[in-house]
Design a protein around this ligand. Sequence first.
Ligand code: NAD
Length: 491
Amino acid sequence: MSDPTPALADPEVEASTDVASTNADDIALLARVQAPEGEGREIPDAATRDVIGRAPVHTVADIDAAVARARAAQPAWDAVGHEERSRLLMAAADRIEANAEALARLLSREQGKPLDGPNARFEVGACAAWLRATAATELKPEVVVADGQVHAELHYRALGVVAAVGPWNWPMMITVWQVAPALRMGNTVVAKPSEYTPLSVLALVDVINEVLPADVLIAVSGDRDAGARLTAHPDVDKVMFTGSTATGRKIIESSAGNLARLTLELGGNDAGIVLPDVDPAAIAEGLFWGAFINTGQTCAALKRLYVHDDVYDAVVEALAGYAAHVPMGRGLDEGTVLGPLQNKQQFDIVDRLVEDAKASGGRVVLGGEPATDLGELFYRTTIVADVSDGVALVDEEQFGPALPVIRYSDVEEAIASANGLDVGLGASVWSSDRDAARRVAARLQAGTVWINSHGGVHPLIPFGGVKGSGYGLEFGVEGLKALGVPQVING
Ligand code: NAD
């Protein structure tokens, strides 16, 4: 299959016509999932702050009932076997494609990401691609000893009920990352999307459920208390969690109660190290999308950039020159490829970190302020040079469109800085010498190190963090193993 790497997506892809207004398909999709008039919680359009629709607010009793239904459905789902489950996941991918435009438009409004570029249409396309790739991946039993006397095989059986709890930045794609391997392995799933982006995920699940048997995949909608109830539920066997490190710690604590197995994809603060031999003009585009994909609201985005003194000024200039021409605006508007922050809380974090960097002597090369002309939650594409470790914009996860650039003169310093924080999701090394880059890569404490790109993911390549970025792997065969319980057959 083709690599849906964000860095390879073309930000100039053509927009469809008549994108600005809500159309009949959008209304029909929303009607399938939203709460009745007068009920639920109003969800704003991230760009305009107009109300899009009403998300149901499920109670603890609703969540308990959902887990009970998923539990009851699980044995039959397990019994249908791998071939039939794969066929149904492929069919689900077809249904996503049949509804792709309405799904992308809902996602664009609720999350804020534009339709074009590596954004809403891209995310919906990735959902279908991930379902197909997961459906096509086989986890075969492994013969561990066969010496004539002993014959032992390692199999992976379904775990039971999986809780899938996700964030608001790539809500549809991350739900599929959690749900597809869980279903493939014969588990049933209760998914709880972020309270900031529930409608997108409810709609996606509704579309997938056009082909799945009842209660195999259930979406519930609610806030952090709903997430806490679901992940601590005594009848949940596994939690797939993507979100902040703080919430991850709470889920680890609650897993002492239900002994749920955990896959935790948590926060990051990915470093990029630019070696002195690069061609600054050649890497500017890759650096930009590594840092600013989804307007910087990406777990494994480049969040602090260490550049060698020899090329520092040229890299900053080339990056800022590229960034200055990337259009930001309302997601449904043609030609836009950067959007707003998704919520006020995240906007305030970005604003605070940039103001602090300025006060600490950082040099604003681009942006450096809210884009109030575009809307309440827009922040200009921002590059702050001449900062150092210890400044909050470097040390804390900004999760928005503001990249700090730090000068170094000895690569040992850059490696120490990259490894100096208590997170380790991704990292990147930029060089025209692949071997030199790989030597640096081997010394970085991160789940993935990219060379001359940052943040691209692939459904067959394992992905996961180290240190405060969590544990467990997603994607490919390793991802399937994480959704199964090992069983040895000896004899
Ligand atoms: P968050 O932790 O606040 O919320 C994530 C989800 O957890 C939401 O659905 C929320 O309702 C739920 N939740 C909150 N409290 C809970 C509790 N006590 N028990 C169970 N569930 C609970 O995170 P967020 O603000 O939505 O996401 C942003 C963070 O996620 C960033 O730090 C980012 O780096 C990280 N992230 C990581 C990855 C990755 O793959 N590693 C991907 C995307 C985002």
